[in-house]
Write a protein that binds this ligand. Sequence first.
Ligand code: MG
Length: 263
Amino acid sequence: MISRSDVELDKLHQANAITVETLELLARTVEPGVTTAHLDRVASDNLRRHGVTPAFKGYHGFPATLCVSVNEEVVHGIPSRWRKLKEGDIVSLDFGCIVDGYYGDNATTVAVGRIDEEVARLLEVTEGALHAGIGAACPGNCISAIGQAVQTHAESHGYSVVREYGGHGIGTSLHAEPWIPNFYDPRKRTRLIPGAVIAIEPMVNRGSPDVRVKRDRWTVVTVDGSASAHFERSIAVMEGGPWILAEPRKQNSGIPGSEEDHV
Ligand code: MG
């Protein structure tokens, strides 16, 4: 685990602010009839406008700027001009960019038109699980505290957390040590240090936690076909509590875990 300097934190803040701004633009673009390839184009156009580089394109050969995962797709869905969103779908948008060599990585799941109340609750609970995890990301806490908070929140609402994929360190590479499971793993005893930057990203399923990778070798889907939601924020572990890097930097007044109202 690396402690980042103020200069590095500023770069990471810039990269994550652009990433989340793009996700907000995408969320406003989502509507029935829009193709997932169109969303990818909106994302890459916005990056070009900022003059920054996409983080996912070409990563291990990933063919697009944006990961778009619909309904039972969990993560790593490939945008397609043949895939049209329809009323009642949910769509997970996972996106990253690079500013001066520093990475941003964030994700959100949005509704397409009107969605089933139960599915809306899945989105709410997954975002709640993300913020529970962020609240546990305080200096001195073990990595395991994050997954414990995420899992407790999701399971107390009757949902399950995906085991195979999780959060990660982030900085001058997209995925760095430590790996951050979304479930309680007592072996994850490394303690968080001030200045550490990590991405926390619960994937929460309505049904069983089991997932598989489709034949396109990217798209991860739930085995039982149940809906899945994904929310992610890159954060810095600060003395005064976690700093969600897409947001303006606060003075060291934060009480750990008190920032759950800020999304
Ligand atoms: Mg990530």
